[in-house]
Design a protein around this ligand. Structure first.
Ligand code: SAM
Length: 232
């Protein structure tokens, strides 16, 4: 029995019913909030990518939202990465393109509307495949991860992060109350739903075992509410 079995009293997963985030107002609110609450995580992501020593070639961010992670990747000094942000939501991609125009980064950052389940890239064509806070929303996580495995170069890097579902104990409720009190309406509503829809570490290992991805690591990283998947 592992340590996580001692804390196995998780409530069942509550998948998202409203997909994707598509209202313009909601997307704008998401964008404003993400620049504050998620920004440290984008920076941490960039640090992880740089630690892998990959400074040129093509990076893909799946479930990119308003494109803030691709923008951070494109800003790195002494790096020459071209970044593609991919999202299933037209409205998110519309806002992402506006953000890139404002940052004058169109020569480095590109966007496409597509699903994680059908990545429109050639086999072994990408140097980095990243994804933040999106896996819990994918209808076909096994297919999505098989697609990631297919498009990433053997010497490339796969770096994913998502929320982790937590047992509904007093500590978690107090933490959630504290954190959401600083959030705008969009994030205040969406974040607890994301945590309820997120996977536990054993559930992610079960998903990964059904995919072609080998080897993989699943671990808690920057924050205790995190779940990270890395490979290659
Ligand atoms: C919580 S947002 C995270 C956005 C961004 N990664 C960030 O960190 O700010 C989740 C994103 O995943 C996208 N998404 C959901 N299902 C998807 C799928 N199957 N394929 C691609 N994107 C998807 C949503 O449209 C949404 O933009």
């Amino acid at each position: 029995m592992g340590l996580s079995d001692l804390f196995a009293n998780f409530t069942p997963r509550v998948p998202f019913t409203k997909e994707p985030i598509d209202e313009t107002e909601e997307v704008e609110e998401y964008d404003k909030g993400a620049r504050i609450y998620i920004w440290p995580l984008y920076k941490h992501f960039v640090w992880k990518v740089m630690k892998r020593g990959i400074r040129r070639g093509w990076a893909l961010d799946i479930g990119t939202g308003t494109g803030l992670l691709p923008l951070e990747l494109a800003k790195v000094k002494n790096s020459d990465l071209q970044v593609v942000g991919l999202d299933i939501s037209d409205t998110m991609i519309h806002q992402a393109r506006r953000n890139v125009e404002r940052a004058k980064a169109e020569d480095r950052v590109h966007f496409i509307v597509a699903s994680a389940a059908y990545l429109p890239f050639k086999d072994a064509s990408l140097d980095i495949v990243a994804s933040n806070a999106s896996l819990h929303r994918w209808n076909e996580p096994v297919q999505g991860i098989n697609e990631i495995e297919r498009v990433t170069k053997p010497e490339g890097a796969i770096i994913m992060r998502d929320s982790r579902r937590l047992p509904p104990n007093l500590f978690w409720r107090a933490f959630q109350f504290l954190v959401t009190s600083f959030m705008n309406e969009s994030h205040k509503e969406a974040w607890p739903q994301a945590v309820a829809a997120a996977y536990t570490i054993p559930e992610v290992n079960e998903i990964l075992a059904k995919t072609r991805l080998r080897p993989w690591k699943v671990f808690i990283d920057l924050m205790f509410i995190d779940l990270c998947i890395e490979s290659r």
